[in-house]
Write a protein that binds this ligand. Structure first.
Ligand code: FBP
Length: 600
């Protein structure tokens, strides 16, 4: 294998090996283990360098790499911990406490300026989990810079392709050279991501093997609600076994649904919504120029409608459906269709045969009758998935119709076949329906069209309806982080490193007061158990972090509800344009409308 390696890499391999083994020259077994480890590690880095060598950086990427994220005062120099009162979970307190006896009830933590102190050397591992979100690389850069600042001998290991990397022992050491390549960039490609669910004891034990081997003191899991729930379970497991391994979480997801009294926003939401808003604004302008199409735009957000709502506030489309409202008003699919068709017909009556409709990706599960049906289907697939999987398409449909209750079977039967099929496919490893695969935008526009044809016959519609379809999701998940996300993520990384240095486990890194100037942000940590409650997952009650849905009495929704009738009647489009990285702070450092309105 060595013959294929170029000279500097050979030198790297040999020097690394000698540094590792010389102090232990008398111990033959250690010597052999170290030889194989050096060999594997270096080959991974060689592979990484080869791949990197083929990719060129854009001009923006080059310029942007020198951006120095701004830090809150409490994290700028030496740091001291200020502890608050003990905490309680948001509900189901007894059950959660019983399940997490070692990590329940810990206090909130805030970092404030302190005095310099000596820190023993420590190694840290980091994992990116779940869907990509802009800023993930900056979290890792923040962890790296802070652990090196605490002690230059500290090492940071990145587990590859998500939590699976920990279990399968796939990792690289993150060196300054690697880190510098990814500063302020979007994507998770520094170490990759995955959706492996860490929940089984043998996974924890496999993880422990590599943690011991690399002498890792703490693992940081950067993920959404499900991944942070797993981080908490892992923290409890290692604490119960007194392994001396800390686990820290970081709040990530473009969906914006990992937020509560302690977490103001999940990272990535800011950049992703600004990216979608740019695209929606461009479509609105095209729409207002040609005046002949209705654009149906589905937006990511597996459950909550935060993304759709934020984009609506930024772009003022003619219609935006909010799943949480549909659920609360107990609306049927037909009522949603009528609402959109009414807007189309009204605008047509005033000569405007064009418009823009935003649809949240998770809508289908929030239509109460369909939601109930999916709930039963989830339990059915969890219990009988094995027999069901081997059947062909037709037999699967028949199986479901035969096993669902009468009401739910009727709902299933009324759905277009493609949609019903998508709902009966495999769940992701966390038991979620893969809603990004369901073409809700097409389903709705087809049904609106059918309704308009009927209304035309009745003389209730006199216009044209030419729909176009779009789905914006993956377009925004790896965008170059906005200044907000670049700063926020870096501060989260630094906080995570500080939580580790201060001996915390089962905590999530947090940064608050984020609508104030960065200097005034407050960094710290929240015990993950504080955000938990019991929910039904794959047929069983499980402790999970409560997902934050759009609150209909919250300021963002109320603002939308105040304005939406006018947006439907008139053309009130706003064209936000692309994210700006340099220029006036009012443009470059602006947060989301959601955060502005919530923090007002
Ligand atoms: P996370 O919750 O892991 O952050 O991912 C959210 C999300 O981007 C959803 O908006 C979307 O439904 C889903 O991921 C898509 O998943 P995948 O990347 O596996 O296609």
């Amino acid at each position: 294998m060595i013959s294929g390696i170029v000279l500097p890499e050979k030198i790297f391999l040999i020097v690394g090996f000698l540094m590792e083994t010389l102090p232990h020259i008398a111990d033959l077994s250690y010597f052999c283990r170290a030889l194989s480890r050096c060999w594997l590690d270096n080959n991974k880095i060689i592979l990484y360098n080869k791949q990197k060598g083929k990719m060129k950086k854009s001009l923006l990427q080059k310029e942007r790499s020198s951006y120095q994220p701004k830090l809150p005062k409490g994290l700028q120099g030496a740091v001291k911990v200020k502890e608050g009162a003990p905490t309680q979970s948001v509900s189901d307190r007894e059950e959660i406490q019983k399940l997490f006896p070692n990590t329940y009830g810990m206090p909130l933590v805030e970092f404030v300026p302190g005095n310099e102190a000596n820190h023993e050397a420590m190694n840290v591992g980091v994992i990116l989990s779940g869907g990509q979100a802009p800023g993930g690389h900056n979290v890792i850069c923040g962890i790296f810079d802070e652990v090196k600042k605490l002690n230059p001998n500290n090492r940071l290991y990145g587990f590859l392709m998500g939590p699976g990397g920990l279990v399968e022992h796939n990792y690289i050491e993150l060196t300054a050279e690697i880190i510098d390549d990814y500063r302020n960039t979007g994507g998770f490609d520094m170490i990759g991501s995955g959706r492996t669910k860490l929940e089984e004891e043998d996974q924890f034990e496999k993880g422990l093997e590599i943690i011991r081997k690399l002498d890792i003191q703490a693992i940081v899991i950067i993920g959404g609600d499900d991944s942070n729930t797993n981080a908490c379970v892992l923290a409890e497991y290692y604490a119960a076994k007194k392994c001396g391994v800390q686990v820290i979480g970081c709040p990530k997801t473009i969906d914006g649904d990992l937020k509560n009294d302690q977490i103001e926003t999940s990272f990535g939401f800011d950049t992703a919504t600004k990216t979608y808003a740019e695209l929606i604004g461009n479509i609105e302008r095209d729409c207002n120029s040609a005046r002949k199409y209705w654009h149906f735009i589905k937006l990511m957000g597996r459950s909550a409608s935060h993304i759709a709502l934020e984009c609506a506030l930024q772009c003022q489309p003619n219609v935006c459906i909010v799943s949480e409202e549909v659920q609360q008003k107990d609306m049927t699919l037909n009522q949603i269709v009528e609402q959109i068709a009414a807007a189309v017909a009204d605008r047509a009556s005033r000569g405007m045969n064009f418009g823009v409709v935003l649809i949240p990706e998770g809508l289908i599960e929030f239509i109460p009758s369909i939601g109930r049906m999916i709930g039963e289907l989830n339990d059915l697939l969890a219990a009988h998935g094995a027999d069901y999987k081997d059947l062909d398409k037709e037999a699967q449909r028949a199986y479901i119709l035969a096993h669902l209750s009468k009401e739910n079977a009727e709902t299933f039967a009324t759905l277009p076949e493609g949609v019903a099929r998508q709902l009966s496919l495999d769940r992701d490893p966390h038991g979620n329906v893969q809603v990004s695969l369901i073409e809700t935008e097409r389903l709705l526009s087809d049904m609106v069209e059918a309704k308009l044809v009927a209304w035309k016959k009745d003389g209730k519609f006199d216009g044209k309806f030419a729909p176009l379809h779009h789905f914006f999701g993956y377009e925004g998940r790896c965008a170059a982080p906005s200044n907000f996300d670049a700063d926020y993520c870096y501060a989260l990384g630094v906080s995570a490193a500080q939580l580790i240095a201060n001996g915390k486990t089962g905590y999530m890194a947090i940064v608050k007061n984020t609508t104030a100037p960065t200097d005034e942000w407050k960094a710290g940590g929240v015990p993950i158990t504080m955000m938990m409650n019991m929910e039904r997952r794959s047929g069983e009650m499980k402790p999970v972090i409560r997902k934050a849905l759009v609150e209909l009495n919250g300021a963002p929704f109320r603002e939308f509800a105040r304005l939406r009738d006018e947006w439907a009647k008139e053309t009130c489009f706003i064209y936000p344009g692309p994210i700006q990285y340099w220029g006036p702070a009012a443009v470059c450092d602006r947060t989301t409308r959601t955060l502005e309105l919530e923090q007002q």
